[in-house]
Ligand binder design. Structure first.
Ligand code: COA
Ligand code: AMP
Length: 637
């Protein structure tokens, strides 16, 4: 007999309308949909057309109406400010409704964009929910991005209002947000600049305000009238989240309203096996998709208690902080990136700090954002003695493509695999002729269209780019841009990206965007940036620069400058700290840089001299250059 996972999966593929239509009954609709799936305008599929709902209503008001107003909705746990603050559903709704009133008072209406650039404080969550309450569209930008990246997003989203805070708090320092914000607005195009900015002043750093444009959060809240939920079409956008593409121009991933609520609410039980009333913790940042889906939306749709954690896995104050949070708030399931566990393992290899805490309520650990390496998997399993679940997804997909769906059926874990496709995801492996390959054969991981509810319907104001980026290469499929295989038992294995994206501490970055920055240096003739293996962050970017003829300044000076440029233009989050000068880059005879080979040399792995290389002697030069910055042979693997 088929287990509940197999039944759900088969039905989701053979009868998607029946499958998702039933699940959608669990959501509050002002008006039910006319059609579950509209495929009349391929390749643009639309879910729940004709339906009307409100995201914020489903996240907050619905639970209050069902008598859960006094239950904790959000716990703000901030070891960096020594604060723990709990908001019940009623308290959170009241704050959100008031801030929605602030936005409405500034003229924000349905469809307008609100850009949010904030640290991990409850006001970030409040601003997101307030935006969708009035039918507007938020775009949250991660705090670790530099002013230029922020400006690019302002230009694309054209927000009416920008919401920020005076500062963010990192382990060693307070980061002023306001100067970055001011610079970004200065850099942005005139027709894209926000009319108003709202600044939440934190006690650690007071930002100076610009008269007429900047408004103090508390002042605005003091006089605001609460705003009610505005019904929007299921197909209206709920948010835009920019993610790295293969150029310096990030992609504005659009999330529609109906599919998002339906799919995410359902995943809480089906994938994470949590129920309403449970405490669920995603240790990420609201600036990333994990934060959108699993700090803010899904747990609230489900009626769980969610945690907004302002801290790091180590150093705030120590490598026991995750265990402290899990035990203090009685967390049932947690979600973070493997890099966080590598950081803990490095500081406390025997997990001695865990002994101080009662983790009896903790049932499952979920990891995603990058490949889960077997060492980290086994370390976490051995210490915690609960299922450690790898699951694979992307900003674009909004929720897991592959997972061990604990609420449906728990499969045995195979190291290196995020288990099987979640219901809704018709995952295939194809070759470059778009033909399915036999089990065990590596190819492109693609998803047969239509994508399930909650996945991106398009890119913001860029339908053509959506087609070119995701649908054109493998007709009939969505290209994940990950390569991998599916084994005989149906387990998927995700091996590597097929484009220039790298994953640094679970953060998705484009090496192409970094190369654009390096190329702008006046002394650089040519360059390449590659992601090399890193024990903590999974990958880190390393730059190779070829200097223009006649440049005789000290190399160290130039390298220092390019490192600084990446930090200034992309942000500290890029972790671009190492670069080296080479005489030339190894290329094929047709002029393509041999990235795979350079990467193997850097990681000190076996490699074959490619038959197409124009001059094999360059590989020796590369190795020498890499040795000078601690890679290649000097890694001693
Ligand atoms: N605002 C401003 N700067 C930020 C920032 C923010 N919100 N977040 C990170 N930065 C800065 C950091 O201070 C650091 O700057 P530095 O180069 O001056 O030290 C830089 O960006 C890189 O940050 P990060 O990648 O977080 O590295 P780290 O060394 O500070 O910490 C980890 C490493 C592993 C502890 C941390 O990345 C982590 O907890 N990651 C796992 C959880 C996670 O967020 N995953 C994301 C998706 S699930
Ligand atoms: P992001 O859009 O930031 O979520 O990054 C998505 C990319 O991260 C994917 O395309 C993968 O390359 C990688 N990724 C995410 N989760 C996993 C996982 N569980 N295993 C392997 N790679 C992953």
């Amino acid at each position: 007999m088929a287990n509940p996972y197999e039944e759900a999966f088969q039905r989701s593929i053979n009868d998607p309308e029946g499958f998702w239509g039933e699940i959608a009954e669990d959501v509050h609709w002002y008006k039910k949909w006319d059609k579950v799936l509209d495929d009349s305008n391929k390749p643009f599929y639309r879910w729940f057309v004709g339906g009307e709902l409100n995201t914020c209503y489903n996240a907050l008001d619905l639970h209050i109406e069902n008598g859960k107003g006094d239950q904790a909705a959000l716990i703000y746990d901030s070891p960096v400010t020594d604060t723990i603050q709990t908001f019940t559903y009623t308290q959170l709704r009241d704050e959100v409704a008031k801030f929605a009133g602030v936005l409405a008072g500034m003229g924000v209406v349905k469809g307008d964009r609100v850009l949010i650039y904030m640290p991990m404080i409850p006001q970030a969550v409040i601003a997101m929910l307030a935006t969708v309450r009035i039918g507007a569209v938020h775009s949250v930008v991660f705090g670790g991005f530099a002013a230029k990246e922020l400006a690019t997003r302002i230009n694309d989203a054209k927000p009416k209002v920008l919401v920020s805070a005076s500062c963010g708090i990192e382990v060693q320092r307070v980061i002023q947000y306001k100067p970055l914000l001011d610079q970004a607005i200065e850099m942005a195009n005139d027709d894209s600049k926000p009319e108003k900015t709202i600044i939440f002043q934190r006690p650690q750093e007071t930002a100076s305000m610009i008269e007429g444009r900047d408004v103090d959060w508390n002042d605005a809240m003091a006089t605001a009238k609460p705003a009610d939920c505005v019904p929007v079409a299921a197909t209206d956008p709920c948010y835009i989240l920019y993610t790295s593409g293969t150029t310096g121009q990030p992609k504005g991933v659009v999330r529609d309203t109906g599919g998002h609520v339906v799919a995410l609410k359902w995943t809480m039980k089906a994938i994470y096996n949590v129920d309403a009333g449970d405490v669920y913790w995603a240790a990420s940042d609201v600036g990333w998709v994990v934060g959108h889906s699993y700090i803010v939306y899904a747990p609230l749709f489900k009626g769980c208690t969610t945690i907004c954690f302002e801290g790091k896995p180590v150093g705030t104050p120590d490598a026991g902080v995750f265990w402290r949070v899990i035990s203090q708030h009685k967390v049932r399931a947690m979600f973070t990136a493997p890099t966080a566990f590598r950081a803990i393992k490095r500081e406390d290899p025997k997990a001695q700090l865990m002994q101080n805490y009662d983790l009896s309520k903790f049932e499952a650990l979920f990891l995603a954002g990058e490949r889960l390496d077997p060492n980290t998997l086994h370390w976490a399993e051995d210490c915690l003695k609960i299922p450690v679940i790898d699951h694979w997804w992307q900003t674009e997909t909004g929720w897991a493509i592959c997972a061990n769906c604990l609420g449906l059926h728990q499969f045995p874990i195979k190291e290196g695999s995020p288990t099987k496709p979640a219901p809704g995801w018709n995952l295939k492996v194809v070759d470059d002729k778009n033909q399915e390959v036999p089990p065990g054969t590596i190819g492109a991981l693609v998803v047969k269209l239509p994508l399930p509810p909650g996945a991106l319907p398009t890119l913001w104001k860029a339908d053509q780019r959506y087609i070119e980026s995701y649908l054109e290469e493998f007709p009939g499929y969505y290209k994940t841009a990950d390569a991998g295989f599916i084994d005989q038992d149906g387990y998927a294995f995700v091996m590597s990206r097929t484009d220039d994206i790298i994953n640094v501490a679970g953060h998705r970055l484009s090496t192409g965007a970094m190369e654009e920055v390096l190329s702008d240096h006046p002394d650089v003739a040519e360059c390449a940036v590659l992601g090399v293996e890193d024990d903590l962050k999974g990958q880190v970017p390393v730059g190779f620069v070829v200097l223009k003829a006649g440049v005789d300044r000290p190399k160290e000076e130039i390298l220092g400058e390019v490192v600084k440029m990446v930090r200034e233009r992309i942000g500290a989050v890029a972790s671009f700290k190492k670069a080296t000068v080479v005489k030339r880059l190894p290329k094929t005879r047709s002029g393509k840089i041999l990235r795979g080979t350079i990467q193997k040399i850097a990681d000190n792995k076996e490699f074959k001299v490619p038959a197409t290389i124009d001059d094999p002697a360059i590989l020796g030069e590369m190795e020498e250059a890499l040795n000078t910055i601690g890679y290649a042979k000097s890694r001693g693997k």
